[in-house]
Structures are given as C-alpha cells and as structure tokens.
Design a protein around this ligand. Structure first.
Ligand code: CMX
Length: 422
C-alpha cells in the first residue's frame, strides 16, 4: 500500500537541503520592513512567515500547492489532504492508501462521547469540538515518543501519525457534537468503507448524495488559507513549542471560533435570513436590496460576507459555492437573495467608498448552502469549517517539523522604545 509517510519520506530530504542552502547562502537578505503602524496594526503585510502549503493572491484567491482552488472543486478531502502534505496531487493508488490509513484510525474512544455528553446543554459547538480533540491528547504518539527521547529528524513522522489519526476521527467527533448538542438522537457510527464526505454526511443524519457532494465541496474549499490567519498562525506557534498536534489544532481552532475569523459565516447567514424576513420570506428585488444595504451601512454596521483583509476580487470559493447552488437549488429564496446580493452589494460598497474590497468572500455563501439541506443550526457552522481547516493546520505542522523549525519567538518592544525611535 502507498502510504503518505512513504510519499513524504521520498521528498522531504531534498526540500530540507534546499531550504538549508537558501538560509545558508542568503540568510541575510532583507525581505520585509516593519513600520510602527504595522507593529500596532496586526502586523498586516509584514513578511516574516513561511507557509508552503498554500498562498492567497489578492487577485486570484487561494492557491493550494500551486493550484488555484477553482481548479480543485471536483476533488475530495482525501485528495486535498495528500496535496497539502506532499505538494502533488495523488494517484489513484495514493488515494486508496490514504483512505485505508483513515479507515484504520477512525475509531473514536467512548470516553470522548462521554465528555461531550457531560458538557452543558448550551455549550457552544466549537467548545465541544475543541474539548473533544483535547480528550484525545492522551493518545498522542508525538507526545509519547518525545518523552522517550525521539530524535529531531523524525519529529515529522510522529506528527504525521497523530495527524492522520486526528483527521480520521474529526468527522465522527464533529457529527457527535451535532447530534448531542442539537438533540438529534443516537450517534450514527462511522462506516470506514465510505469516503470521508459521504461518511460525515451520513453521521450527521443525511443520506442524500447531493448533500454528501456539498460536504465534499465544503471540505475542499475551506482546507487552508496560507500561514498568517489567526488559526493557522496560532497552531504554528503552539506547535513550535513541540506541543503535539492535538494541543496545536485545538489552540488554532480556539482562534477560528472568533467572530472576526471562522464565526463570520454564521453572521452572513443571519444577515441573509434577516433580509428574507424583512421581505416576507421572498427574495428582494435588486432595488429593495440596494436600499436595505444602504440602511445597514448608514446604521454603522458592516455588510457581512463582503470584503477581505487580503483578497481584492470575488473569492473563488464564493463562486464555486454559487455555482453549486445554481446547479442544485436556483429557486431557493435564500439562494436568490444571495445572488441578488452579488449583483447589488459590491456597487453599493464602492459608492460607500470605505471597504478596500467590495466583493463577496467565502462566508457570503457557505451558510446558505448548508441551510438549504436542513442543516439550519448556525452555531454549528464553524465546526464544519474546522474539520476542513484542520487539513491545512496539520499539513503546515507536519512540514514545520520536517523542516526542523525552531520555536517561534518574535521580539516585542515597548511603547517607550517606539517613541524613542521617532
Ligand atoms: N461593510 C461595510 N464596511 C466595510 C466592509 C463591509 N463588508 N468591509 C470593510 N469595511 C470597512 C471597514 O470596516 C473599514 O472601516 P473603518 O475604516 O471605519 O474601520 C474600512 O472599510 C476599511 O476596511 P478594509 O481594509 O477594506 O477591511 P479590513 O481588512 O479591515 O477587514 C473584513 C476585512 C473581512 C473584516 C471586513 O471586510 C469586514 O468586516 N467584512 C464583513 C464581515 C465578513 O464578511 N467577514 C468574513 C471574512 C472572511 C475571511 O476573513 O475569510
């Protein structure tokens, strides 16, 4: 069987040498400068991080290992995890290998479900999901081998083992969170003979193949977003302390749970539902929506689902979801509202003149898609996002350990120091 470990083992040494030589020969080359405004302003635009799994181009969107995300929309999460980790798309044999590896690790210990059931009835699903991940930490191969004196050049192997094991279990944990938190009845056991998307959809309680296809698309589209976003960067920092993948992913997902990051999809759906309610359950006309958007802006609110810190075009991940909706449920009132929003809102935002990017982002569409198939519990959407984003976080973590990166420790300065510079 072709394993992910074999694929990495045959490629990593050359990559390691390449980077070592780059640093040896050009280590003093200056690649960025930092202004006082950047130091106080979220380090925007400061280039002091490396992430080889993906890149976000302002005019093209997400590029995964050199491939624009829009060219990957027919792929599966298994393909994408392989691509993120190895840097190349898998062959059929590689896919079979990764499916078998996931199948071998998909069993979730019972104590995890007990922990989830013991949580308060109003616990946030992200709280439950992250707690579930931490409840697996006692099984970390990385932590165990580290305690046994593992050598630095094989850290990546232990990180990979944990990553495969965690990735294999995440759909089951996420589905358990959904069924327990929203009183959906008994848990549905994992079927390791199925692909990840179909299995996840089934464990959520849905046998509709169209929904499974949406799950597939969703998991592909949200997989990674380079290294500086809150969740990826947090996980990177925590993992650099050689905290194991369970701790590192959980830490990153605490960031994803924030309203300015992964929780935004919830806000976007609320916004669209608010519009539908206002217009009596019918999608508004372009003129009505234009007027409504101005009302929102004039009341000092932002228009959820539009704008981006990096992108300056329509997010291709929005386009991919819009195309899915157009193909499967063009007459859904929420979908029609979202489509009219795409025609109208950017022009209002341009006239308003504040947002640097008036175009829709990924979150403008994702809630509408899930809502159509009856997954109406918005609080849950970031858990969905997390299952996908864990692929990016884990692949970045494996790469970092393989490149034997040191602990992250930027220098901070005081305001007095800043004042002395000027
Ligand atoms: N509606 C109204 N005003 C907006 C706006 C929007 N959708 N997007 C940006 N602006 C405003 C900002 O609030 C800011 O105003 P102030 O100068 O008064 O503070 C101004 O335009 C400039 O902001 P920007 O540089 O264009 O955007 P930022 O990089 O600061 O913020 C983001 C990016 C996403 C937080 C922002 O566009 C926003 O709040 N959008 C709505 C919420 C949303 O859709 N979030 C999902 C993000 C998805 C993702 O990150 O992947």
């Amino acid at each position: 069987m072709a394993t992910l470990k074999d694929a990495l083992a045959s490629r990593l040494p050359a990559r390691f040498e390449e980077i070592r030589n780059l640093v040896k020969e050009h280590g003093d080359t200056v690649i960025s400068e930092v202004t006082i405004a950047q130091a106080y302003g979220g380090q925007r635009g400061v280039k002091s991080l490396v992430c080889d799994t993906s890149l976000v181009e302002p005019d093209k969107g997400l590029i995964v290992r050199g491939i624009p995300i829009i060219e990957l929309t027919d792929r599966t999460p298994e393909d994408i995890f392989y691509l993120l980790c190895v840097g190349e798309l898998p062959s059929d044999e590689d896919v079979e290998g990764i499916k078998q590896e996931f199948a071998a690790h998909c069993d979730v210990p019972d104590h995890l479900f007990d922990v989830l059931r013991a949580m308060p009835a109003d616990a946030h699903p992200m709280d439950m999901f992250i707690t579930g991940i931490l409840a697996l930490q006692n099984g970390s191969v990385f932590a165990q081998r580290y305690n046994e004196g593992m050598k630095k050049d094989v850290y990546w192997e232990a990180a990979l083992e944990d990553s495969i094991s965690l990735m294999a279990k995440l759909p089951s944990i996420a589905a358990a969170v959904y069924r327990i938190r929203f009183n959906k009845g008994d848990l549905i056991p994992s079927d390791p003979s199925l692909d990840m998307s179909t299995n996840f959809a089934r464990m959520l309680g849905q046998d509709d193949p169209e929904f499974a296809d949406l799950v597939r698309l969703y998991l592909v589209l949200h997989c990674d977003h380079e290294g500086g976003n809150v969740s990826a960067y947090t996980s990177h920092v925590v993992a650099s302390a050689l905290s194991d993948p369970y701790y590192s992913v959980a830490a990153g997902l605490c960031g994803l749970a924030g309203p300015l990051h992964g929780l935004a999809n919830q806000e976007c759906l609320k916004f669209l539902i608010e519009i539908l309610d206002r217009f009596g359950g019918k999608a508004p006309t372009a003129d009505e929506l234009k007027e409504y958007t101005w009302e929102v802006l004039n009341s000092g609110r932002v228009v959820p689902g539009f704008g981006h810190a990096v992108l300056r075009e329509t997010d291709p991940r929005y386009t991919a979801q819009w195309e899915f909706g157009k193909a499967h449920f063009p007459d859904d009132e929420l979908f029609k509202t979202m489509s009219t929003g795409f025609e109208v809102i950017p022009h209002v935002l341009i006239e308003h003149g504040k947002a640097k990017n008036p175009w829709p982002n990924v979150d403008a569409a994702s809630g509408t898609m899930l809502y159509h198939y009856g997954l109406t519990e918005m609080l849950y959407y970031t858990v969905f996002f997390s299952v996908s984003r864990a692929m990016g976080i884990l692949s970045q973590l494996i790469t970092s350990r393989a490149m034997m990166e040191p602990i992250t420790r930027p220098k901070s300065v005081t305001t007095e120091w800043m004042k002395a510079q000027v």
